[in-house]
Write a protein that binds this ligand. Structure first.
Ligand SMILES: [Ca+2]
Length: 217
């Protein structure tokens, strides 16, 4: 080996070393803005995080986090570059980080899981808003809390509701005279201390409702 060849060999060797080192220190990272990073977790066809939120080219942990939060789920998992799954529990088993090194399609410096692997983030989610239906006027007596449509309020509450209270913004309701959303109805978008005030416009709604539709506003 003459001097020129030796020099070329040394340069190639140095380049190889540098490349290997660069690969290690540039392992794909997590994004603290997407919540607490919980690591790499396995998945299967039954889906550890059962709510499929999206599969698209903008995917990265924060995009998935926002989709899961909007859907009401604390766990957000990015998988295989473009997929986002959400759930109420983490499920399955933790795997080595090396199995979650697929670059995110929306940000190739970040890790988005791998084949059948979720990079999972956790962020607490505020409970969904409720409406309280009180047995007595002026929000007195016991109350029934509803978050979703209720085709029948139950025999204990049938024709018993006398006031309505919304503890948080975000909901409105339609009271129905009969079960299964039948009969007369009235739409209510704010707290009402006494449903009998509606007798002025035709119907006394105190002790009348049998089913309730809950609307997101
Ligand atoms: Ca009724």
């Amino acid at each position: 080996m003459n001097t020129r060849h030796l020099l070329a060999f040394v340069i190639v060797a140095l380049t190889a070393c540098t490349t290997a080192e660069t690969t290690n220190t540039n392992a794909l990272t997590s994004d603290y803005a997407a919540g607490e990073y919980l690591g790499c977790w396995s998945d299967d066809a039954a889906r550890a995080l059962p709510f499929f939120a999206a599969e698209d080219a903008t995917m990265e942990p924060l995009v998935c986090r926002n989709l899961c939060t909007a859907a009401g789920y604390p766990y957000a998992g990015v998988q295989y570059s473009t997929q986002c799954f959400c759930g109420d529990s983490i499920g399955r088993e933790q795997r080595p980080e090396e199995e979650c090194q697929t670059p995110c399609y929306g940000n190739p410096y970040l890790a988005c899981g791998g084949p059948w692997r979720n990079s999972i983030y956790y962020a607490p989610v505020a409970p969904p808003p409720v409406v309280r239906l009180y047995r007595e006027p002026n929000w007195q007596g016991d109350y029934l809390e509803l978050r979703t449509n209720t085709a029948f309020v139950g025999w204990d509450w049938n024709d018993q509701i006398s006031s309505v209270y919304f503890p948080q913004p975000g909901l409105a309701i339609t009271l129905h005279e009969h079960a299964n959303y039948e009969g007369g109805r009235i739409y209510i978008a704010g707290s009402i201390p006494d449903l009998s005030i509606f007798s002025a416009i035709g119907t006394n709604w105190s002790d009348r409702a049998s089913s309730v539709e809950v609307h997101r506003r």
